[in-house]
Ligand binder design. Structure first.
Ligand code: AMP
Length: 221
């Protein structure tokens, strides 16, 4: 299945995408995560993207789209993917459709994860991310077994530089500016589903799977 997860920063897209990807046996593609790896490795793309990310602004479409197009060429995307963080605006949604159309495929569904501002701030301000595998933890909600060490790969955890109060505000604003037209786009294709993500991840996951099974009656999870 090809699923797009939409929602503001902190809505739980990354958490849901990771579990869903495992369950459906398709890759989790997070444009934010690919960009962060590029920044950490000081690649040309990372150096270009860094200042936008640190400001909480969107990285220019051309850079992100080229990066995504390359990722979608990997053979592991043949049976589907979970997209997290792309598209961010209507123009990216159209570009994505065109990329997929050229391969005679399409997005099956988009899920908008809706979270309240209080929950978003609480989640983002305590979030910890693994430098190596990108796994997410939370100082209170999901602490690692050993302080600042990833449970999965033992690499060190860090707080994202854009998870600070000022940048969070800016990221939420940027998201709000674009989300209405993005949702309208998927609504127009009858592919938009809304799920409240204030609840525990397991409950949110159940709701997403229920929708996915309605969309694809043959889906086995
Ligand atoms: P995320 O991990 O999805 O919260 O993304 C972190 C940051 O990466 C964003 O604030 C943007 O600066 C950048 N980014 C991620 N995905 C995109 C995208 N599709 N378009 C533009 N910028 C992006």
């Amino acid at each position: 299945m090809r699923i797009v997860l939409l929602g503001p920063p902190g809505a739980g897209k990354g958490t849901q995408a990771k579990i869903l990807a495992k369950k459906l046996n398709v890759p989790h593609i997070s444009t934010g995560e690919i960009l962060r790896q590029n920044v950490l490795n000081s690649t040309d793309l990372g150096n270009k993207a860094k200042r936008y990310m640190n400001m909480g602004s969107l990285v220019p479409d051309t850079l992100v789209t080229e990066m995504l197009e390359k990722r979608l060429e990997f053979p592991d995307t043949k049976c589907g993917f979970i997209l997290d963080g792309y598209p961010r605006n209507q123009s990216q949604a159209k570009t994505l459709d065109n990329i997929l159309k050229s391969r005679n495929i399409d997005i099956d569904m988009s899920v908008y994860l809706d979270a309240s501002e209080a929950v978003i701030i609480q989640r983002l301000s305590g979030r910890l991310v693994c430098k190596s595998c990108g796994a997410n933890f939370h100082v209170k909600n999901m602490p690692p077994k050993v302080s600042m060490v990833c449970d999965n790969c033992s690499s060190s955890l860090y707080q994202r530089p854009d998870d600070n109060a000022t940048t969070i505000k800016r990221r939420l604003q940027v998201y709000q500016d674009e989300v209405a037209s993005l949702m309208k786009y998927y609504e127009g294709q009858c592919k938009l589903y809304r799920v409240s993500s204030d609840e525990e991840p397991e409950i949110v996951l159940e709701k997403i799977i229920e929708i996915a099974q309605k969309v694809d009656g043959s889906l086995k999870v």
